[in-house]
Design a protein around this ligand. Structure first.
Ligand SMILES: C[S@@+](CC[C@H](N)C(=O)[O-])C[C@H]1O[C@@H](n2cnc3c(N)ncnc32)[C@H](O)[C@@H]1O
Length: 492
Protein backbone atom coordinates (compact mmCIF):
# COMPACT_ATOMS: atom_id res chain seq x y z
CA UNK A 1 0.00 0.00 0.00
CA UNK A 2 1.32 3.47 -0.71
CA UNK A 3 1.60 5.47 2.48
CA UNK A 4 3.74 7.81 4.53
CA UNK A 5 4.55 8.31 8.21
CA UNK A 6 5.23 11.80 9.53
CA UNK A 7 5.65 13.01 13.08
CA UNK A 8 5.21 16.37 14.72
CA UNK A 9 7.59 17.50 17.47
CA UNK A 10 5.84 17.23 20.80
CA UNK A 11 6.37 19.06 24.04
CA UNK A 12 5.03 16.66 26.60
CA UNK A 13 6.90 15.52 29.68
CA UNK A 14 8.46 12.08 29.72
CA UNK A 15 6.24 10.91 32.53
CA UNK A 16 4.73 7.83 30.95
CA UNK A 17 2.83 5.02 32.49
CA UNK A 18 3.67 1.47 31.42
CA UNK A 19 2.12 0.36 28.16
CA UNK A 20 -0.95 -1.76 28.32
CA UNK A 21 -2.66 -3.21 25.33
CA UNK A 22 -6.11 -2.47 26.67
CA UNK A 23 -8.11 0.24 25.05
CA UNK A 24 -10.96 2.01 26.77
CA UNK A 25 -13.35 0.57 24.26
CA UNK A 26 -12.28 -1.99 21.74
CA UNK A 27 -13.47 -1.85 18.16
CA UNK A 28 -15.35 -4.85 16.92
CA UNK A 29 -13.71 -5.97 13.71
CA UNK A 30 -16.32 -8.59 12.92
CA UNK A 31 -17.95 -8.16 9.52
CA UNK A 32 -21.03 -5.96 9.61
CA UNK A 33 -23.24 -4.71 6.84
CA UNK A 34 -22.18 -1.45 5.27
CA UNK A 35 -24.05 1.43 6.86
CA UNK A 36 -25.92 3.86 4.70
CA UNK A 37 -25.48 7.54 5.33
CA UNK A 38 -27.05 10.76 4.13
CA UNK A 39 -26.32 11.73 0.57
CA UNK A 40 -25.81 15.47 1.09
CA UNK A 41 -23.48 17.41 3.29
CA UNK A 42 -24.81 20.30 5.30
CA UNK A 43 -22.72 22.34 7.72
CA UNK A 44 -24.28 20.48 10.63
CA UNK A 45 -23.42 17.14 9.07
CA UNK A 46 -19.72 17.99 8.82
CA UNK A 47 -18.90 16.34 12.10
CA UNK A 48 -21.69 13.81 11.93
CA UNK A 49 -20.86 10.10 11.99
CA UNK A 50 -23.07 7.08 12.37
CA UNK A 51 -24.34 6.81 15.92
CA UNK A 52 -23.37 3.17 16.27
CA UNK A 53 -19.68 3.53 15.52
CA UNK A 54 -17.33 2.70 18.41
CA UNK A 55 -16.52 5.54 20.78
CA UNK A 56 -12.78 5.66 19.92
CA UNK A 57 -13.71 6.17 16.27
CA UNK A 58 -16.11 8.99 17.17
CA UNK A 59 -13.38 10.65 19.24
CA UNK A 60 -10.88 10.21 16.42
CA UNK A 61 -13.34 11.75 13.98
CA UNK A 62 -13.91 14.72 16.30
CA UNK A 63 -10.14 15.20 16.52
CA UNK A 64 -9.87 15.12 12.70
CA UNK A 65 -12.57 17.82 12.55
CA UNK A 66 -10.95 19.93 15.30
CA UNK A 67 -7.56 19.76 13.58
CA UNK A 68 -9.06 20.83 10.27
CA UNK A 69 -8.21 17.53 8.54
CA UNK A 70 -11.90 16.95 7.97
CA UNK A 71 -13.47 19.95 6.28
CA UNK A 72 -16.60 20.61 4.27
CA UNK A 73 -14.65 19.25 1.29
CA UNK A 74 -14.14 15.84 2.90
CA UNK A 75 -16.42 13.40 1.12
CA UNK A 76 -15.99 10.33 3.34
CA UNK A 77 -16.49 9.34 6.94
CA UNK A 78 -15.49 6.29 9.00
CA UNK A 79 -17.81 3.38 9.39
CA UNK A 80 -17.77 -0.23 10.55
CA UNK A 81 -17.59 -2.36 7.41
CA UNK A 82 -16.86 -6.02 6.61
CA UNK A 83 -13.12 -5.26 6.48
CA UNK A 84 -13.09 -3.70 10.00
CA UNK A 85 -13.19 0.07 9.79
CA UNK A 86 -13.48 1.77 6.43
CA UNK A 87 -14.45 5.04 4.80
CA UNK A 88 -17.88 5.47 3.26
CA UNK A 89 -19.13 8.14 0.89
CA UNK A 90 -21.15 10.96 2.47
CA UNK A 91 -22.71 11.66 -0.92
CA UNK A 92 -22.44 10.29 -4.44
CA UNK A 93 -18.81 10.58 -5.53
CA UNK A 94 -17.58 10.65 -9.12
CA UNK A 95 -14.50 8.79 -10.30
CA UNK A 96 -11.36 10.89 -9.62
CA UNK A 97 -13.05 13.29 -7.21
CA UNK A 98 -10.83 14.22 -4.26
CA UNK A 99 -12.37 12.52 -1.23
CA UNK A 100 -9.95 13.52 1.51
CA UNK A 101 -6.81 15.55 2.15
CA UNK A 102 -4.36 15.22 5.03
CA UNK A 103 -1.79 17.99 5.67
CA UNK A 104 1.85 16.96 5.94
CA UNK A 105 2.09 17.90 9.61
CA UNK A 106 -0.09 14.86 10.36
CA UNK A 107 1.98 12.41 8.35
CA UNK A 108 4.07 9.95 10.30
CA UNK A 109 7.33 9.20 8.49
CA UNK A 110 11.10 9.19 9.08
CA UNK A 111 11.20 13.02 8.76
CA UNK A 112 8.63 13.28 11.52
CA UNK A 113 10.74 10.98 13.68
CA UNK A 114 13.84 13.06 12.95
CA UNK A 115 12.01 16.20 14.08
CA UNK A 116 10.81 14.55 17.30
CA UNK A 117 12.46 14.12 20.70
CA UNK A 118 13.82 10.72 19.66
CA UNK A 119 15.20 12.10 16.37
CA UNK A 120 18.82 12.12 17.56
CA UNK A 121 18.86 8.59 18.85
CA UNK A 122 17.04 7.27 15.77
CA UNK A 123 19.20 8.93 13.15
CA UNK A 124 21.20 5.82 12.21
CA UNK A 125 18.26 3.43 12.22
CA UNK A 126 16.46 1.86 9.30
CA UNK A 127 13.52 4.13 8.41
CA UNK A 128 10.88 1.56 9.38
CA UNK A 129 12.56 0.81 12.71
CA UNK A 130 12.65 4.51 13.60
CA UNK A 131 8.97 4.94 12.71
CA UNK A 132 8.11 1.77 14.68
CA UNK A 133 9.85 3.19 17.77
CA UNK A 134 8.06 6.48 17.26
CA UNK A 135 4.66 4.78 17.12
CA UNK A 136 5.43 2.73 20.21
CA UNK A 137 6.53 5.79 22.12
CA UNK A 138 3.38 7.66 21.17
CA UNK A 139 1.33 4.65 22.18
CA UNK A 140 2.97 4.47 25.59
CA UNK A 141 2.55 8.20 26.13
CA UNK A 142 -1.20 7.72 26.04
CA UNK A 143 -2.94 11.03 26.84
CA UNK A 144 0.33 12.90 26.46
CA UNK A 145 0.53 12.00 22.80
CA UNK A 146 -0.66 14.22 19.99
CA UNK A 147 -1.55 11.00 18.17
CA UNK A 148 -3.55 9.32 20.95
CA UNK A 149 -6.90 9.43 19.17
CA UNK A 150 -5.34 7.97 16.04
CA UNK A 151 -3.50 5.26 17.96
CA UNK A 152 -6.72 4.37 19.75
CA UNK A 153 -8.35 3.29 16.48
CA UNK A 154 -5.42 1.16 15.31
CA UNK A 155 -6.04 -2.59 15.49
CA UNK A 156 -4.01 -4.62 17.97
CA UNK A 157 -3.45 -7.34 15.39
CA UNK A 158 -4.35 -8.16 11.82
CA UNK A 159 -4.63 -11.56 10.17
CA UNK A 160 -1.08 -11.19 8.82
CA UNK A 161 0.69 -14.55 9.07
CA UNK A 162 3.24 -12.82 11.29
CA UNK A 163 0.64 -12.99 14.07
CA UNK A 164 -0.48 -16.58 13.55
CA UNK A 165 -0.16 -19.22 16.27
CA UNK A 166 1.86 -22.43 15.75
CA UNK A 167 -1.36 -24.28 15.07
CA UNK A 168 -2.44 -21.75 12.46
CA UNK A 169 0.98 -21.85 10.82
CA UNK A 170 0.66 -25.65 10.56
CA UNK A 171 -2.06 -24.98 8.00
CA UNK A 172 0.51 -23.50 5.62
CA UNK A 173 2.97 -26.36 6.01
CA UNK A 174 5.07 -26.80 2.87
CA UNK A 175 4.21 -23.37 1.43
CA UNK A 176 6.60 -20.63 0.43
CA UNK A 177 4.44 -18.37 2.59
CA UNK A 178 5.48 -20.32 5.69
CA UNK A 179 9.18 -19.90 4.87
CA UNK A 180 8.73 -16.19 4.20
CA UNK A 181 6.71 -15.70 7.37
CA UNK A 182 9.31 -17.45 9.52
CA UNK A 183 12.07 -15.46 7.83
CA UNK A 184 10.27 -12.16 8.43
CA UNK A 185 9.58 -13.06 12.06
CA UNK A 186 13.23 -13.87 12.62
CA UNK A 187 14.26 -10.63 10.94
CA UNK A 188 11.88 -8.47 12.98
CA UNK A 189 12.95 -10.21 16.19
CA UNK A 190 16.63 -9.60 15.42
CA UNK A 191 15.91 -5.95 14.61
CA UNK A 192 14.10 -5.68 17.92
CA UNK A 193 17.00 -7.15 19.90
CA UNK A 194 19.41 -4.81 18.17
CA UNK A 195 17.35 -1.66 18.69
CA UNK A 196 16.62 -2.69 22.26
CA UNK A 197 20.33 -2.96 23.01
CA UNK A 198 21.51 0.03 21.00
CA UNK A 199 18.69 2.55 21.43
CA UNK A 200 15.93 1.62 23.89
CA UNK A 201 17.91 0.47 26.92
CA UNK A 202 20.66 3.14 26.74
CA UNK A 203 18.02 5.91 26.49
CA UNK A 204 15.81 5.26 29.48
CA UNK A 205 14.72 8.90 29.65
CA UNK A 206 13.30 8.75 26.16
CA UNK A 207 11.91 5.23 26.56
CA UNK A 208 10.92 5.02 30.24
CA UNK A 209 8.56 2.10 29.68
CA UNK A 210 9.12 -1.55 28.86
CA UNK A 211 8.99 -2.29 25.14
CA UNK A 212 8.57 -5.99 24.43
CA UNK A 213 9.16 -7.88 21.24
CA UNK A 214 5.35 -8.22 21.04
CA UNK A 215 5.02 -4.44 21.06
CA UNK A 216 7.63 -4.15 18.33
CA UNK A 217 5.75 -6.70 16.21
CA UNK A 218 2.59 -4.64 16.67
CA UNK A 219 4.33 -1.57 15.24
CA UNK A 220 5.79 -3.66 12.41
CA UNK A 221 2.30 -4.98 11.62
CA UNK A 222 0.85 -1.47 11.58
CA UNK A 223 3.53 -0.25 9.19
CA UNK A 224 3.32 -3.26 6.94
CA UNK A 225 -0.46 -3.00 6.56
CA UNK A 226 -1.02 0.76 6.61
CA UNK A 227 2.01 2.62 5.26
CA UNK A 228 1.88 4.22 1.84
CA UNK A 229 5.05 3.87 -0.19
CA UNK A 230 4.41 5.33 -3.60
CA UNK A 231 4.05 9.00 -2.86
CA UNK A 232 6.60 11.25 -4.52
CA UNK A 233 9.73 11.37 -2.32
CA UNK A 234 8.09 9.23 0.34
CA UNK A 235 9.03 5.61 0.77
CA UNK A 236 7.35 5.04 4.10
CA UNK A 237 4.55 7.19 5.38
CA UNK A 238 1.51 6.59 7.52
CA UNK A 239 -1.36 8.94 6.84
CA UNK A 240 -3.86 8.89 9.69
CA UNK A 241 -7.45 8.87 8.39
CA UNK A 242 -6.40 7.93 4.82
CA UNK A 243 -5.18 4.62 6.24
CA UNK A 244 -8.78 3.65 6.95
CA UNK A 245 -9.26 2.98 3.24
CA UNK A 246 -9.75 -0.67 2.41
CA UNK A 247 -8.66 -2.55 -0.70
CA UNK A 248 -10.90 -3.91 -3.42
CA UNK A 249 -9.94 -5.97 -6.47
CA UNK A 250 -12.39 -3.97 -8.63
CA UNK A 251 -9.98 -1.05 -8.41
CA UNK A 252 -7.40 -1.74 -11.08
CA UNK A 253 -5.29 1.42 -10.92
CA UNK A 254 -2.88 2.51 -8.22
CA UNK A 255 -2.47 6.23 -8.89
CA UNK A 256 -5.14 7.58 -6.57
CA UNK A 257 -2.81 9.06 -3.92
CA UNK A 258 -0.98 12.30 -4.63
CA UNK A 259 1.13 14.82 -2.81
CA UNK A 260 -0.17 18.30 -3.65
CA UNK A 261 0.33 21.79 -2.28
CA UNK A 262 -2.74 23.45 -0.89
CA UNK A 263 -4.51 25.18 1.98
CA UNK A 264 -3.92 23.31 5.21
CA UNK A 265 -5.89 25.44 7.61
CA UNK A 266 -7.31 28.92 7.68
CA UNK A 267 -4.11 30.81 6.91
CA UNK A 268 -1.57 28.14 6.12
CA UNK A 269 -0.35 26.24 3.09
CA UNK A 270 1.28 22.86 3.26
CA UNK A 271 1.85 19.70 1.32
CA UNK A 272 -1.29 17.61 1.41
CA UNK A 273 -1.86 13.93 0.91
CA UNK A 274 -4.73 13.97 -1.54
CA UNK A 275 -6.81 10.91 -2.31
CA UNK A 276 -9.02 10.67 -5.38
CA UNK A 277 -11.71 8.03 -5.57
CA UNK A 278 -10.61 5.44 -8.15
CA UNK A 279 -14.25 4.53 -8.86
CA UNK A 280 -17.57 6.34 -8.80
CA UNK A 281 -19.33 5.53 -5.55
CA UNK A 282 -22.90 6.00 -4.33
CA UNK A 283 -23.65 7.70 -1.02
CA UNK A 284 -23.23 5.22 1.82
CA UNK A 285 -20.99 2.91 -0.16
CA UNK A 286 -17.40 2.31 0.77
CA UNK A 287 -14.58 4.10 -1.07
CA UNK A 288 -11.93 1.54 -1.92
CA UNK A 289 -8.40 1.71 -3.27
CA UNK A 290 -6.01 -0.81 -4.80
CA UNK A 291 -3.19 -1.61 -2.38
CA UNK A 292 -0.82 -3.22 -4.86
CA UNK A 293 -1.48 -4.84 -8.19
CA UNK A 294 1.79 -6.74 -8.18
CA UNK A 295 1.55 -8.50 -4.85
CA UNK A 296 0.95 -12.22 -4.81
CA UNK A 297 -1.54 -13.74 -2.41
CA UNK A 298 1.37 -14.76 -0.18
CA UNK A 299 2.53 -11.12 -0.09
CA UNK A 300 -1.04 -9.99 0.67
CA UNK A 301 -1.37 -12.56 3.45
CA UNK A 302 1.90 -11.47 5.01
CA UNK A 303 1.37 -7.72 4.66
CA UNK A 304 -2.36 -7.21 5.09
CA UNK A 305 -3.82 -10.45 6.38
CA UNK A 306 -6.21 -11.17 3.52
CA UNK A 307 -6.07 -12.70 0.05
CA UNK A 308 -8.06 -12.72 -3.17
CA UNK A 309 -9.29 -15.87 -4.85
CA UNK A 310 -9.28 -16.09 -8.65
CA UNK A 311 -7.84 -12.67 -9.39
CA UNK A 312 -4.47 -13.83 -10.69
CA UNK A 313 -2.53 -13.45 -7.44
CA UNK A 314 -1.58 -17.12 -7.12
CA UNK A 315 2.17 -17.36 -7.53
CA UNK A 316 5.23 -19.45 -6.84
CA UNK A 317 8.82 -18.28 -6.86
CA UNK A 318 11.31 -20.64 -8.43
CA UNK A 319 14.84 -20.26 -7.16
CA UNK A 320 17.58 -21.47 -9.47
CA UNK A 321 21.25 -21.58 -8.56
CA UNK A 322 24.56 -22.17 -10.28
CA UNK A 323 26.01 -24.90 -8.15
CA UNK A 324 29.40 -24.21 -6.60
CA UNK A 325 30.42 -27.74 -7.48
CA UNK A 326 29.68 -27.20 -11.18
CA UNK A 327 32.96 -27.57 -13.07
CA UNK A 328 31.98 -24.55 -15.17
CA UNK A 329 30.82 -22.46 -12.20
CA UNK A 330 33.03 -19.45 -12.98
CA UNK A 331 32.10 -19.25 -16.69
CA UNK A 332 28.40 -19.71 -15.97
CA UNK A 333 28.44 -17.06 -13.28
CA UNK A 334 30.21 -14.66 -15.64
CA UNK A 335 27.57 -15.24 -18.33
CA UNK A 336 24.69 -14.88 -15.86
CA UNK A 337 26.12 -11.61 -14.52
CA UNK A 338 26.65 -10.23 -18.01
CA UNK A 339 22.92 -10.74 -18.49
CA UNK A 340 21.70 -9.16 -15.28
CA UNK A 341 21.38 -12.36 -13.25
CA UNK A 342 23.55 -13.90 -10.54
CA UNK A 343 24.61 -17.11 -8.86
CA UNK A 344 21.00 -17.42 -7.68
CA UNK A 345 18.04 -16.22 -9.68
CA UNK A 346 14.43 -15.90 -8.59
CA UNK A 347 11.61 -16.32 -11.07
CA UNK A 348 8.10 -15.39 -10.00
CA UNK A 349 5.64 -17.57 -11.79
CA UNK A 350 2.02 -16.44 -11.82
CA UNK A 351 -0.99 -18.61 -12.52
CA UNK A 352 -2.15 -18.36 -16.12
CA UNK A 353 1.01 -16.60 -17.26
CA UNK A 354 3.85 -17.92 -19.40
CA UNK A 355 7.30 -18.63 -17.99
CA UNK A 356 9.14 -15.53 -16.78
CA UNK A 357 11.56 -14.02 -19.27
CA UNK A 358 15.14 -15.29 -18.83
CA UNK A 359 14.05 -18.44 -17.02
CA UNK A 360 14.63 -20.81 -19.92
CA UNK A 361 18.01 -19.30 -20.92
CA UNK A 362 19.15 -19.42 -17.28
CA UNK A 363 17.99 -23.02 -16.93
CA UNK A 364 19.81 -24.02 -20.13
CA UNK A 365 22.92 -22.28 -18.88
CA UNK A 366 22.77 -24.23 -15.60
CA UNK A 367 22.35 -27.50 -17.49
CA UNK A 368 25.10 -26.77 -20.02
CA UNK A 369 27.85 -29.40 -20.05
CA UNK A 370 29.20 -32.40 -21.95
CA UNK A 371 29.49 -31.83 -25.69
CA UNK A 372 27.67 -28.44 -25.36
CA UNK A 373 30.30 -27.03 -23.02
CA UNK A 374 32.21 -25.45 -25.92
CA UNK A 375 29.56 -22.68 -25.86
CA UNK A 376 31.03 -21.56 -22.55
CA UNK A 377 34.31 -20.62 -24.20
CA UNK A 378 35.12 -16.95 -24.14
CA UNK A 379 34.73 -16.42 -27.89
CA UNK A 380 31.00 -17.05 -27.41
CA UNK A 381 30.68 -14.72 -24.41
CA UNK A 382 28.84 -11.96 -26.27
CA UNK A 383 26.55 -14.21 -28.23
CA UNK A 384 25.84 -17.07 -25.82
CA UNK A 385 22.71 -15.56 -24.26
CA UNK A 386 21.10 -15.31 -27.69
CA UNK A 387 21.86 -19.00 -28.23
CA UNK A 388 20.46 -19.92 -24.81
CA UNK A 389 17.16 -18.30 -25.67
CA UNK A 390 16.54 -21.26 -27.95
CA UNK A 391 17.07 -24.97 -27.28
CA UNK A 392 20.75 -25.94 -27.24
CA UNK A 393 20.66 -29.71 -27.57
CA UNK A 394 18.27 -32.52 -26.90
CA UNK A 395 20.18 -33.62 -23.82
CA UNK A 396 20.30 -30.07 -22.44
CA UNK A 397 16.58 -29.52 -23.01
CA UNK A 398 15.72 -32.94 -21.58
CA UNK A 399 17.77 -32.22 -18.48
CA UNK A 400 16.03 -28.90 -17.77
CA UNK A 401 12.64 -30.61 -18.12
CA UNK A 402 13.64 -33.35 -15.71
CA UNK A 403 15.12 -30.94 -13.17
CA UNK A 404 12.10 -28.64 -13.15
CA UNK A 405 9.57 -31.46 -13.07
CA UNK A 406 11.40 -33.15 -10.17
CA UNK A 407 11.49 -29.84 -8.30
CA UNK A 408 7.73 -29.40 -8.82
CA UNK A 409 7.02 -32.95 -7.64
CA UNK A 410 9.17 -32.48 -4.58
CA UNK A 411 7.48 -29.15 -3.71
CA UNK A 412 4.02 -30.66 -4.23
CA UNK A 413 4.82 -33.53 -1.87
CA UNK A 414 5.62 -31.06 0.92
CA UNK A 415 2.01 -29.95 1.42
CA UNK A 416 -0.11 -31.90 3.86
CA UNK A 417 -3.25 -31.69 1.73
CA UNK A 418 -4.08 -32.16 -1.93
CA UNK A 419 -5.38 -29.45 -4.23
CA UNK A 420 -8.73 -31.26 -4.43
CA UNK A 421 -9.03 -31.23 -0.62
CA UNK A 422 -8.21 -27.52 -0.53
CA UNK A 423 -10.75 -26.69 -3.21
CA UNK A 424 -13.41 -28.59 -1.32
CA UNK A 425 -12.63 -26.62 1.84
CA UNK A 426 -12.78 -23.32 -0.07
CA UNK A 427 -16.12 -24.25 -1.61
CA UNK A 428 -17.48 -25.31 1.80
CA UNK A 429 -17.15 -21.70 2.93
CA UNK A 430 -17.05 -22.45 6.68
CA UNK A 431 -13.48 -21.32 7.26
CA UNK A 432 -12.46 -18.54 9.60
CA UNK A 433 -10.39 -15.76 8.04
CA UNK A 434 -6.95 -17.24 8.83
CA UNK A 435 -7.91 -20.74 7.76
CA UNK A 436 -9.34 -19.29 4.54
CA UNK A 437 -6.03 -17.51 3.85
CA UNK A 438 -4.07 -20.71 4.59
CA UNK A 439 -6.15 -22.89 2.30
CA UNK A 440 -6.29 -20.23 -0.44
CA UNK A 441 -2.54 -19.72 -0.47
CA UNK A 442 -1.59 -23.39 -0.40
CA UNK A 443 -4.13 -24.18 -3.14
CA UNK A 444 -2.77 -21.31 -5.24
CA UNK A 445 0.84 -22.46 -4.89
CA UNK A 446 -0.13 -25.98 -5.92
CA UNK A 447 -1.97 -24.72 -8.99
CA UNK A 448 1.08 -22.79 -10.11
CA UNK A 449 3.39 -25.77 -9.48
CA UNK A 450 1.08 -27.96 -11.54
CA UNK A 451 1.08 -25.37 -14.28
CA UNK A 452 4.89 -25.31 -14.36
CA UNK A 453 4.98 -29.11 -14.39
CA UNK A 454 2.50 -29.14 -17.30
CA UNK A 455 4.65 -26.73 -19.31
CA UNK A 456 7.74 -28.92 -18.95
CA UNK A 457 5.78 -32.16 -19.46
CA UNK A 458 4.57 -30.83 -22.80
CA UNK A 459 8.10 -29.76 -23.63
CA UNK A 460 9.37 -33.25 -22.94
CA UNK A 461 6.91 -34.55 -25.51
CA UNK A 462 8.27 -32.12 -28.08
CA UNK A 463 11.96 -32.92 -27.61
CA UNK A 464 12.21 -34.74 -30.92
CA UNK A 465 10.64 -31.88 -32.86
CA UNK A 466 12.60 -28.98 -31.43
CA UNK A 467 15.36 -27.31 -33.39
CA UNK A 468 18.68 -27.27 -31.57
CA UNK A 469 21.83 -25.15 -31.76
CA UNK A 470 23.84 -27.31 -34.17
CA UNK A 471 20.93 -27.49 -36.62
CA UNK A 472 20.39 -23.73 -36.46
CA UNK A 473 24.08 -23.17 -36.97
CA UNK A 474 24.22 -25.39 -40.04
CA UNK A 475 21.15 -23.60 -41.41
CA UNK A 476 22.81 -20.24 -40.83
CA UNK A 477 25.80 -21.49 -42.77
CA UNK A 478 23.50 -22.73 -45.55
CA UNK A 479 24.48 -26.31 -44.84
CA UNK A 480 21.03 -27.76 -44.27
CA UNK A 481 18.87 -28.79 -47.17
CA UNK A 482 15.16 -28.13 -47.50
CA UNK A 483 14.23 -31.52 -46.00
CA UNK A 484 16.53 -30.94 -43.03
CA UNK A 485 19.21 -33.15 -44.59
CA UNK A 486 22.77 -32.08 -43.96
CA UNK A 487 24.64 -30.97 -47.06
CA UNK A 488 28.25 -32.03 -46.84
CA UNK A 489 29.32 -30.62 -50.14
CA UNK A 490 27.95 -27.61 -51.99
CA UNK A 491 26.73 -28.81 -55.39
CA UNK A 492 28.51 -26.87 -58.06
C1 LIG B 1 -4.97 0.25 5.75
S1 LIG B 1 -5.90 -0.72 6.80
C2 LIG B 1 -7.54 -0.31 6.35
C3 LIG B 1 -8.40 -0.02 7.56
C4 LIG B 1 -8.75 -1.21 8.38
N1 LIG B 1 -9.89 -1.91 7.81
C5 LIG B 1 -9.02 -0.87 9.82
O1 LIG B 1 -10.00 -1.38 10.38
O2 LIG B 1 -8.24 -0.15 10.43
C6 LIG B 1 -5.57 -2.30 6.08
C7 LIG B 1 -6.24 -3.45 6.78
O3 LIG B 1 -7.63 -3.46 6.50
C8 LIG B 1 -8.11 -4.77 6.27
N2 LIG B 1 -8.54 -4.86 4.87
C9 LIG B 1 -8.40 -3.93 3.91
N3 LIG B 1 -8.94 -4.34 2.75
C10 LIG B 1 -9.44 -5.57 2.97
C11 LIG B 1 -10.11 -6.53 2.16
N4 LIG B 1 -10.39 -6.30 0.89
N5 LIG B 1 -10.47 -7.70 2.73
C12 LIG B 1 -10.20 -7.96 4.02
N6 LIG B 1 -9.56 -7.10 4.84
C13 LIG B 1 -9.18 -5.91 4.33
C14 LIG B 1 -6.93 -5.70 6.56
O4 LIG B 1 -6.99 -6.05 7.91
C15 LIG B 1 -5.73 -4.79 6.31
O5 LIG B 1 -4.59 -5.18 7.04
Amino acid sequence: MASLFYLHPFTSSSNFSPLTHQKQETISRKPKPILHVKSTITSSSLTEVDSDIPKPVKTFWQWLCDEGIVTSKTLVKPSVVPEGLGLVAKRDISKNEVVLEVPKRFWINPDAVAASEIGNVCSGLKPWVSVALFLLREKFKKDESKWRYYIDVLPEVTDSTVFWSEEELNEIQGTQLLNTTLGVKEYVQSEFLRVEEEVILPNKKLFPFPITSEDFFWAFGVLRSRAFSRLRNQNLVVIPFADLLNHNFRVTSEDHAHEVRGAAGLFSWDYLFSLRSPLSVKAGEQVYIQYDLNKSNADMALDYGFIEIDTGRDAFTLTLEISESDEFHGDKLDIAEMNGLGESAYFDMKLGESLPQSMLPYLRLLALGGTDAFLLESIFRNSIWGHLEQPISRSNEELICQVVRNACKSALSGYHTTLEEDEKLLKGGNLDSRHWIAVGVRAGEKKVLQQIDDIFRERELELNELEYYQERRLKDLGLVGEQGDIIFWEPS
